[in-house]
Design a protein around this ligand. Structure first.
Ligand SMILES: CC(C)(COP(=O)(O)OP(=O)(O)OC[C@H]1O[C@@H](n2cnc3c(N)ncnc32)[C@H](O)[C@@H]1OP(=O)(O)O)[C@@H](O)C(=O)NCCC(=O)NCCS
Length: 288
């Protein structure tokens, strides 16, 4: 392989990249990385000029290919998007979803044919102090177990549109990592939150409450539980991302002390995100 052209990574190339990919949290550990490469060798792409792209299905219920990581200089992004879109089409995906893109890099992706699907604001809580939420006698929180996966997925599907909602495979991964807290009201699961703590940094990855149980303080209770967990885990700061148009969530986070950092990033897509017309539209959009 030479120059700009990407190709499937060999096992030796994966070995060389392993430490960096795990350090950057693209994979939780080297074993998971090697299993991903063994099952789908084409999902790790490398070029002769040192560019690296890691791919995975975006969600199991959608025919979208997600870019988990793209490591290359900004001037190579156009080539990379063209190549990865071709990969998506060749493997039967109807569209491609970018990794999170800093707002300053968005025009480069747009010039390569992608369009902004969603812009997210980054909020931060420093120091990590939970805002006390008024308790409710009918609501309790607990760490979720593997057996809760189906119920949590049902709530997630009710709270998020198909593009965002998690599939059972992702949820099992989160449950294995132990960062899911759920809320029960009169014995029913009514909401959950997902958070991680790593090397002093906590991330709130998800928070949602069933439509029928909103505005009675359950979101605040879950947020308090996640922040307490982060604090106990030694986090010095906690960040989260919220859609810039999600007024309810932004109000909740602000009332709990999260401040807008001003940082924005976007997810961009190309192709047909509904999964219809497999492999055709993305090819024509990319001029193939
Ligand atoms: C955001 C969400 C978790 C809030 O859950 P909730 O249980 O209704 O939240 P609470 O009852 O604890 O509300 C706490 C505060 O948040 C703010 N808030 C919550 N929902 C709001 C809404 N629809 N509009 C304006 N403010 C709202 C209010 O300040 C509220 O306090 P108040 O009721 O005393 O006015 C819920 O609306 C939800 O699941 N939304 C869909 C999923 C989602 O967008 N999650 C966030 C992804 S970043």
């Amino acid at each position: 392989m030479t120059g700009r052209f990407f190709a499937d990574a060999t096992a030796a190339q994966v070995d060389k990249l392993a430490r960096a990919l795990v350090a950057a949290r693209v994979f939780p550990d080297e074993q998971t990385l090697r299993a991903h490469h063994r099952d789908h060798p084409w999902m790790i792409q490398v070029s002769g000029r040192g560019d690296v792209a890691v791919l995975d299905r975006w969600r199991d219920h959608l025919d979208l290919l997600g870019v988990e990581a793209l490591w290359c200089p900004v001037r190579h992004i156009g080539d990379a998007v063209t190549h990865l879109s071709s990969c998506a089409a060749e493997h039967g995906f109807s569209g491609l979803v970018s990794s999170p893109v800093r707002s300053s890099d968005v025009p480069v992706y747009e010039a390569a044919g992608m369009r902004v699907r969603e812009t997210l604001a980054v909020l931060e809580l420093t120091p990590v102090c939970p805002a006390a939420a008024p308790g409710r006698p009918d609501v309790s929180t607990r760490t979720a177990l593997a057996a809760d996966a189906e119920e949590i997925i049902a709530i997630d599907g009710e709270c998020f549109e198909p593009f965002w909602h998690y599939d059972i495979r992702l949820m099992r991964r989160f449950l294995d990592a132990g960062g899911v807290t759920l809320a029960e009201r009169d014995g029913r699961c009514v909401g959950y939150t997902l958070s991680t703590v790593d090397r002093g940094s906590a991330v709130l990855g998800r928070l949602c409450v069933r439509v029928s149980d909103r505005r009675v303080g359950i979101g605040s209770l879950l947020l308090e539980a996640a922040v307490s967990r982060a604090r106990e885990g030694g986090a010095r700061h906690m960040t989260l991302s919220a859609r810039t148009g999600n007024a309810a969530a932004l109000a909740l986070y602000r009332s709990a002390g999260f401040a807008d950092t001003g940082r924005r990033y976007a997810f961009l897509t190309v192709g047909d995100e509904t999964g219809r017309d497999r492999g055709h539209r993305i090819g024509s959009l990319m001029g193939r």
